[in-house]
Write a protein that binds this ligand. Structure first.
Ligand code: WTA
Length: 645
């Protein structure tokens, strides 16, 4: 269990928790008036009739019949009211190149692309896939889609062709926006080639818009592929924003769940936008002249909400970085903080732990005095990493905003609130819920647990940022999230609430992994292994890792004809890399003759994991083949010997 020491309260930035408690109480007691007020963080074309419609749970609807446009809120209103020449993004390429785009510049680029999309026949309600690296065209494409009411689904550029084609298929996308390639760690990832392969398996896509980024030689398919620069030449385009219903979908973001098929979380226009704008403001308290840097990838929800939409709604200046944080050297993050005088830095525990390994020398090379607030997201932060971040990066002078949330929640759920009243921080705790969020810790049977007892975290009521449904699968939406505890949202995590009311998030309670903060499904990896020609059976699980949080370990049983084939492991790695993407490649693949199974033939992943991690496997009375347990032990021993040697 994490240490529970309380840090000294910083006079300047810890105004005390007083306001927070009052605002929090109001948010639960006066839902309508509270959100009436906070929805005004956006400009609405038409006011809503009802703040919250709970008549058809779990399909809660916020700001019913309200109309707005997300790109209007991100751009037009700033251009018209005083932020026209303000930088929206300071973009830094992996090679160190810098591009600054103002709100007016972004507005024009978004209008140009929106016009181009319309010319290419994309209209309100159409689905488009965005498969781009961390370049300015990524926010431009998202905002252009939002402007014309097209629903986009961003696919992280680290995903492989299998993952991409599955998302194209499920979303029935008509267009893919991609780039020739992406720079990563000084190398080029050939994105367009991956798109070409993915499109061989699907049929809905008629147009591929290609951004020229790396200059890599690519095949342009006649009649389908178009260079972005050829269709965005009209620098004076203005496209009237589509006034979207608050509950019309804005985007679909696929995320891993407990089955092999990723879940397409659908976020709407109104509630989602109100939620992310307010939560960013509450948690980080950004000021007009601040420079905000969310160092995530736009392909994940953190990037959607807190690189693109929320900072633009608030009219902030964001830093955006193209590449790997250790390229070309481990001081990349600190160098950018110094060069651009970043005030608010938001990154992941894995990034912090990765940089800890290189030592204090690197942050010391730079002047980090511009930093005022630090944030983390994506996985539990261990107290040691928290303290390193606090002392070495924040110079013991910046609060750490540990934000706990999920793709499905749209924005922060539990996090300290700079703007409302910061509590004394406890390293490793995300502290208290955001206004409007009512968490509860339950046991398996739905009984509420007391202080200090570990259980499942659920939420008693909807909040505006909650996803609307799962694409094509409202039944799975209901089952996966609202069935375990009727009337509540169940999110799949373990947590504790301590005697002071602080929440401690303890990781996933299901088959989902968090590898370097990336959310991956064990079953997706098992499916990819089993669908390879060599593998008969597979069991995949996460092994604790001091840097990445977890790493992937796979045990496989080969088909007879591949037994003894020494190339199998490397060909399986290659297959997973191509199919799912490099982040899915297991750290360890062990070949065994059998896997522990129940009498009915079900692989006991729990037992495989426990034995491999040298823990007690629990009840194995239903185990059919106990010899398999010894085999796992032997495989692990042989592996550690090899690693030592
Ligand atoms: C985990 C990322 C502890 C959690 C925004 C959750 C965290 C999953 C934290 C969602 C945190 C995220 N402390 N755990 N501050 N933030 N998680 O959908 O297990 O990629 O369920 O969203 O990440 O991952 P997702």
């Amino acid at each position: 269990m994490a240490e529970r020491d309380v840090l000294p309260v910083n006079e300047v930035y810890h105004p005390g928790i007083g306001n927070y408690r009052q605002i929090y109480r109001e948010s639960l007691e006066k839902v309508d008036s509270f959100w009436e007020r906070h929805a005004q963080i956006l400009d609405w074309h038409k006011r809503w009739d009802t703040v919250l419609d709970s008549s058809n749970p779990p399909f809660y609807r916020w700001f019913v019949n309200g109309k707005l446009n997300v790109s209007y809120n991100a751009l037009d209103r700033h251009v018209m009211h005083g932020r026209r020449n303000k930088a929206a993004y300071i973009w830094v390429g992996e090679d160190g190149t810098e591009k600054i785009v103002t709100y007016d510049g972004l507005f024009r680029r978004v209008n140009n692309l929106a016009q181009a999309l319309k010319n290419l026949g994309i209209s309100r309600g159409d689905r488009i896939i965005i498969y781009l690296p961390m370049i300015l065209e990524a926010p431009v494409a998202m905002l252009a889609a939002a402007r014309i009411g097209a629903v986009f689904s961003f696919v992280f550029a680290g995903f492989g062709e299998g993952a991409l084609s599955e998302r194209i298929e499920d979303s029935k996308a008509r267009m893919v926006i991609t780039a020739d390639g992406a720079f990563r760690n000084g190398k080029v990832v050939e994105l367009k080639k991956i798109v070409d392969e993915a499109l061989e398996k699907t049929s809905s896509v008629g147009t591929v818009l290609v951004v020229k980024r790396t200059g890599t030689a690519i095949q342009m398919q006649e009649g389908r592929d178009i260079w972005m620069h050829d269709v965005t030449e009209d620098a004076s385009a203005f496209v009237q924003p589509e006034w979207m219903d608050s509950n019309d979908p804005l985007y679909i973001l696929y995320t891993s769940g407990t089955t092999g098929k990723p879940k397409g979380a659908v976020h709407g226009n109104g509630g989602y936008s109100v939620w992310i704008a307010n939560t960013l403001k509450w948690a980080f308290d950004p000021h007009e002249d601040d420079r905000w840097w969310c160092a995530a990838d736009i392909g994940w929800v953190t990037g959607h909400s807190y690189i693109v939409f929320a900072p633009l709604f608030l009219g902030l200046t964001s830093t955006m970085y193209e590449g790997a944080i250790t390229y070309p050297a481990p001081d990349r993050l600190w160098e950018i903080v110094e060069r651009y005088r970043v005030n608010l830095l938001y990154t992941s525990p894995t990034a912090i732990r990765t940089l800890i390994r290189f030592g204090e020398k690197y942050p010391r090379m730079h002047d980090l005095s511009s930093l005022r607030v630090l944030g983390t997201v994506g996985e539990p932060i261990n107290p040691a990493a928290w303290k390193w971040y606090y002392e070495n990066i924040g110079r013991s002078n910046c609060p750490i905003i540990d934000t706990y949330w999920q793709t499905e929640t749209g924005g922060f759920m539990i996090a300290p609130s700079m703007a409302l009243g910061l509590p004394p921080l406890k390293p490793g705790s995300a502290t208290f819920p955001m206004p409007g969020v009512e968490p509860v810790i339950l046991d398996e049977n739905g009984h509420e647990l007391g202080a200090g007892e570990k259980g499942y975290i659920a939420y008693r009521r909807p909040w505006p940022g909650m996803f609307l449904t799962l694409n094509n699968d409202p039944e799975r939406f209901r089952k996966a999230y609202f069935e375990k505890y009727p009337g509540m949202y169940y999110c799949g995590d373990y947590a504790i609430r301590d005697a002071d009311g602080y929440y401690w998030l303890l990781g996933r309670a299901d088959e989902v992994l968090k590898v370097s903060g990336h959310r991956l499904g064990t079953i997706e990896i098992e499916d990819a292994l089993i669908s390879s020609k060599e593998v008969a059976e597979a069991a995949v699980f996460g092994k604790p890792d001091t840097v990445k949080g977890e790493v992937i370990v796979a045990f496989v049983v080969l088909k007879d004809e591949y037994r003894g084939d020494t190339q199998v492991v490397s060909s399986l790695r290659k297959r997973i890399r191509e199919e799912l993407g490099p982040i899915y490649v297991p750290e360890e693949i062990h070949v065994v003759k059998t896997l522990p199974k129940t009498r009915s033939g079900k692989i006991m992943r729990r037992v495989v994991k426990a034995v491999a991690l040298n823990q007690l496997p629990g009840d194995i009375s239903t185990l059919e083949n106990s010899a398999s347990v010894d085999e796992i032990r032997e495989a692990i021993e042989a592996f550690s010997k090899e690693a030592e040697g």
